[in-house]
Design a protein around this ligand. Structure first.
Ligand SMILES: [Zn+2]
Ligand SMILES: [Zn+2]
Length: 476
C-alpha cells in the first residue's frame, strides 16, 4: 500500500466516522429548541421574516434621530489619540453617546441563564413582548458543557422599563423554566481600532457603503429607498465625505448589524457589539498609499483588502431571497408527480377525472388546477412534513460549523475537553485590527473566584483553538 493509498483510506475512515457522529448528534438533538431554530426550515423562515420586520422601524428611528435631530454632527469614527479607550469599561466615557454612539451591552439589559433545551426563542418572545418597552432578544449558542442550555439577553428602551420588566418577569414561567432575570453587569468589551489606513480611503469606502446599503442590504429587508435618499440629501448639504461615511458605517451597524471594517454581518446589534466591539474606529494615524516602505504597510494592505473583499462579495451575491419552505421546488415537484398520478384518464383527450373526489374535467390541466385548489390540504399533509424533515436533515449536514457527537465527552460543568463545534461565532474570522481597550478574551478575568451568576465563567468551557469561535465572554 503506497502513501497515497493509506492517506486516502485514512481520510475516508475519518469522513465516515464524522458522518456517523453527526448522525448520532442529529438524532440526539433534533427535538431541542435551539436545534430546530437553527435547522428547521419553517423556523428559519419565521426568524428571517422577523428580522426583516424589525429592520424598517430601526431604519426609521435611525433617520429620525441622527438626521432629523442632526445628532450625527457629533458622530466621529476616527480614533481620538487623547482618549484612553482602556477606560471605557469604567464608564469614563460614554459608549452610547458621542462620538461613536456604540452599543452598550450592559445598559437597559436583562440577562437570563440556564435556558433549557425545551424552551424556544418564540416561547420567550411571547412572554417578553408583553413587557413594556421591550426592544429585542438575543440568544447564545447552546453550551455543550451545560446540557446545551442557552443564555439570553433582553434589551429595553429605557432603564425604568428594564427595572420594571425585571420585577414582572421574575415570577414568570415558560413551562417549568422560571425566568429569574438579572441585570447585566459584566465587563464591557473594548473598542476596535483599525490598523493605519491609507489617507485616501474615505471617499472610496463611502461609495462601497452606499452600494452595499442601496443595492443589497436595504433591498433584502425591503427598506424603502426614501430612507437612504433622506440621508444622502442631508449629507450632501451638511456633511463632508468622512462624516457621510461615518453616518453610513453607523447605519450598517445599527440597522444591518454589519461592521464594514470587520466585513462581518450578524443577527443583531448586540451580537455585533460582542464580536467586534461597541465601535470600530479608524486609526488616528494614516499612511500614504504609495509609500510601500512604510513599516505597517503590509498589515494595512491586508486589512484593507479583507474588508473591501467582504463588501464586494456581498454586493456581487446580491440581496438574499427569503423563500418560504412551502415554495421549495423539490416539495413542489413531489406534489406535481402525485397529482399526475391521481389524474385518471377516462377518455384520452376529452375526459379526465380527479382521483381524490371523482370530479370530471375536459383536460388534465383542469384537474391539475382543481387538485391544488381543492385538495391542497391533502397534498400538504402528505408531503410537507416529510419534506421539511429532510430539509432539516440537509441543513444540519450541510452546515460546515455543525456540532457533532464527541464520544467520551462527559457533559457537566467539570468537563473542559474541547469538542465544542460552532460556538457563538457563526461566520468566524475576526479580521485584522487590534483592540484599543480591555476585553481580550484571554485576560483570565474571573478565574480567581467563581461567581456562578457571572456568564464569563463559561469561557473556559467552549474554547477551541481549532475554530474561530468567540467565547461567551465576548458578550460582556
Ligand atoms: Zn468591526
Ligand atoms: Zn377533486
Amino acid at each position: 500500500m503506497d502513501r497515497n493509498e493509506s492517506q486516502y483510506r485514512y481520510d475516508k475512515y475519518k469522513a465516515d466516522w464524522e458522518k456517523k457522529q453527526a448522525e448520532i448528534f442529529y438524532s440526539m438533538h433534533l427535538e431541542d429548541c435551539w436545534f430546530k431554530e437553527r435547522y428547521d426550515p419553517l423556523l428559519q423562515y419565521k426568524w428571517q421574516m422577523e428580522k426583516k420586520a424589525q429592520a424598517l422601524p430601526l431604519a426609521q428611528k435611525f433617520v429620525e434621530f441622527f438626521v432629523g435631530d442632526q445628532t450625527c454632527r457629533g458622530l466621529n469614527f476616527d480614533q481620538d489619540p487623547s482618549i484612553d479607550y482602556e477606560r471605557l469599561g469604567e464608564k469614563a466615557i460614554s459608549i452610547s453617546g458621542e462620538p461613536f454612539f456604540g452599543f452598550d451591552a450592559n445598559q437597559m439589559t436583562l440577562y437570563l441563564k440556564n435556558i433549557p433545551v425545551n424552551v424556544s426563542r418564540w416561547d420567550l418572545l411571547d412572554v417578553l413582548k408583553t413587557t413594556q418597552g421591550f426592544v429585542s432578544l438575543s440568544m447564545s449558542e447552546p453550551l455543550k458543557a451545560q446540557n446545551f442550555e442557552r443564555i439570553a439577553w433582553i434589551t429595553y428602551d429605557t432603564d425604568a422599563n428594564c427595572q420594571l420588566a425585571k420585577q414582572v418577569l421574575e415570577a414568570q414561567y415558560v413551562g417549568d423554566y422560571r425566568l429569574c432575570p438579572v441585570s447585566n453587569q459584566g465587563n464591557r468589551k473594548g473598542v476596535m481600532i483599525t490598523p493605519e489606513l491609507p489617507d485616501d480611503s474615505a471617499e472610496r469606502d463611502l461609495k462601497k457603503c452606499e452600494k452595499l446599503i442601496t443595492e443589497v442590504l436595504d433591498v433584502e429587508k425591503e427598506i424603502p429607498a426614501t430612507i437612504q435618499d433622506q440621508i444622502t440629501e442631508y449629507a450632501n448639504r451638511y456633511l463632508n465625505k468622512t462624516q457621510h461615511l461615518d453616518l453610513l458605517l453607523l447605519y450598517l451597524r445599527k440597522v444591518h448589524s454589519y461592521c464594514f471594517y470587520c466585513g462581518e454581518e450578524y443577527d443583531d446589534e448586540r451580537t455585533l457589539a460582542a464580536k467586534c466591539g461597541p465601535a470600530h474606529l479608524r486609526n488616528s494615524s494614516k499612511i500614504t498609499r504609495f509609500m510601500l516602505d512604510t513599516p505597517n504597510w503590509q498589515t494595512s494592505k491586508q486589512f484593507e483588502d479583507k474588508y473591501l473583499k467582504a463588501a464586494d462579495e456581498r454586493v456581487a451575491k446580491g440581496p438574499k431571497e427569503i423563500v418560504s419552505p412551502n415554495d421549495d421546488p423539490v416539495l413542489q415537484q413531489m406534489k406535481e408527480q402525485y397529482v399526475n398520478k391521481k389524474t385518471h384518464i377516462l377518455t384520452q383527450g376529452s375526459i379526465y377525472q380527479c382521483g381524490a373526489c371523482d370530479k370530471k374535467f375536459k383536460t388534465s390541466e383542469f384537474v391539475y388546477k382543481h387538485f391544488f385548489n381543492k385538495h391542497g390540504d391533502v397534498l400538504d399533509e402528505k408531503f410537507n412534513r416529510s419534506r421539511f424533515e429532510s430539509m432539516m436533515n440537509e441543513n444540519y449536514h450541510n452546515d460546515p460549523k455543525k456540532m457533532i457527537n464527541q464520544p467520551g465527552f462527559a457533559a457537566g460543568p467539570q468537563s473542559r475537553e474541547g469538542g465544542f463545534r460552532g460556538g457563538f461565532g457563526e461566520r468566524g474570522g475576526r479580521g485584522g485590527g487590534f483592540r484599543g481597550g480591555r476585553g481580550d478574551r484571554d485576560d483570565g478575568r474571573g478565574r480567581s473566584y467563581q461567581d456562578y451568576d457571572d456568564p464569563s465563567r463559561y469561557q473556559g468551557q467552549i474554547q477551541n483553538p481549532d475554530r474561530q469561535i468567540v467565547s461567551y465572554d465576548d458578550l460582556f
